[in-house]
Design a binder for this molecule. Structure first.
Ligand code: MBD
Ligand code: FE
Length: 282
C-alpha cells in the first residue's frame, strides 16, 4: 500500500470528523435523562450479554479497548457509525414514507455545493477520468404531480473512488453540485460514472474488516438530497444494476427501489441513467 493512500485514509477520517463537528447536527441533542438511561442501559447490557455468552477473554477485552482508542485516533467514528449503524437509524426515520425509499447520508456530504439550473454539468476536472453519465429524471409528489422548484444535491466519488474534500489533490467542489429542476420537476445533470468504492482500509475500520475476514466494498453509487417546498427532504443513494457489490454492500445501504435505469446515451457517448423521485408531503 502506498504512502499516498495511507495519507489519504488518515486525512479522510479526520476530514469527516471535522465535517461532522461543524455540521450543526449535535445541537439538536436534548438531554432527556430517561431516554439516555434507557438507551445506554440497553447498549451496555447487550455488550455484557455477548461477553457472558461468548466467554470473552481478557486478551479480547484488551484488543477491543485498543481498537476503540484507534478508531478515535484515526478520526474514524463517523465512518464506523455510518457504515455499520446508520442504515438502521435511516430505516426508523423514514419508515412512515409512502414515496421514495431513501438511504444513508454517509460521512462525505458537504452542504452548499455550487448551484446551477438544470440542464447542467457538475463541476469536474478537464481530464476527469471515467464514463460520461447523463443523470436525468423527474421529481414528483406521492400523488404523481410534478414538483416545480425541486432541488437536487448530488455528490459522488470519482472513478478511482475518491471524494473531493476528503482526499487530497482534488478541486474543492469536484463531482459535487446543487441543481434546480425545471417547472415540471425535470432534471438533466451531466457527470462521470463513479466506480465501486472501497472504504479506507488503512485505519481502524480497515483493521476490523481484515481481522474479521470481511471485505471493504460498497457498490458504485450516487449520493443525493432531493427537496421541494412543502415536502420531506429525501436523502438517498442510487445504484447501478449488475454491480457485483449490490448484494453485499459493507454499509447495508442498497434497496431494490434505488436502482437506476441505465441505457446507452442518446449522444452515443457514455450512458444515461434515469430515476424519478416521489417526495412525501411534509
Ligand atoms: C461512502 O462513500 C459511503 O457512502 C458510506 C456510506 C460509507 C463510507 C464511504
Ligand atoms: Fe459514498
Amino acid at each position: 500500500m502506498s504512502t499516498e493512500t495511507e495519507a489519504s485514509a488518515a486525512a479522510s477520517g479526520n476530514a469527516a470528523t471535522d465535517r461532522f463537528r461543524s455540521s450543526g447536527k449535535t445541537s439538536a441533542i436534548a438531554a432527556d435523562v430517561e431516554r439516555v438511561n434507557l438507551l445506554a442501559s440497553k447498549l451496555i447490557k447487550a455488550a455484557n450479554d455477548i461477553v457472558l455468552e461468548e466467554r470473552v477473554s481478557y486478551d479480547e477485552f484488551n484488543a477491543l479497548k485498543a481498537w476503540l482508542i484507534k478508531v478515535g485516533e484515526d478520526g474514524e467514528w463517523p465512518l464506523f457509525l455510518d457504515v455499520w449503524l446508520e442504515h438502521s437509524v435511516e430505516d426508523v426515520a423514514t419508515d412512515h414514507r409512502e414515496g421514495n425509499k431513501g438511504s444513508i447520508e454517509g460521512p462525505y456530504y458537504v452542504p452548499e455545493a455550487p448551484q446551477q439550473n438544470s440542464p447542467a454539468s457538475i463541476e469536474m476536472r478537464e481530464d476527469e477520468p471515467g464514463t460520461p453519465l447523463l443523470f436525468q429524471g423527474q421529481v414528483k409528489s406521492v400523488a404523481g404531480a410534478p414538483l416545480s422548484n425541486a432541488k437536487i444535491e448530488l455528490w459522488h466519488a470519482d472513478e478511482l473512488g475518491f471524494y473531493s474534500q476528503f482526499a487530497p489533490g482534488i478541486p474543492e467542489w469536484n463531482l459535487r453540485g446543487t441543481f434546480i429542476a425545471d417547472a415540471e420537476g425535470n432534471f438533466e445533470i451531466r457527470t462521470m460514472q463513479p466506480a465501486p468504492y472501497q472504504i479506507p482500509t488503512e485505519g481502524a475500520c480497515g483493521q476490523l474488516i481484515e481481522a474479521a475476514g470481511w471485505h471493504a466494498w460498497r457498490p458504485a453509487h450516487l449520493h443525493l438530497k432531493v427537496s421541494a417546498p412543502g415536502h420531506e427532504l429525501l436523502t438517498a443513494q442510487l445504484y447501478f444494476p449488475g454491480d457485483v457489490h449490490n448484494d453485499d454492500d459493507i454499509a447495508t445501504a442498497v434497496k431494490p427501489e434505488l436502482m437506476l435505469d441505465i441505457q446507452p446515451a442518446g449522444s452515443g457517448k457514455g450512458v444515461q441513467a434515469t430515476y424519478d423521485f416521489r417526495l412525501d408531503p411534509q
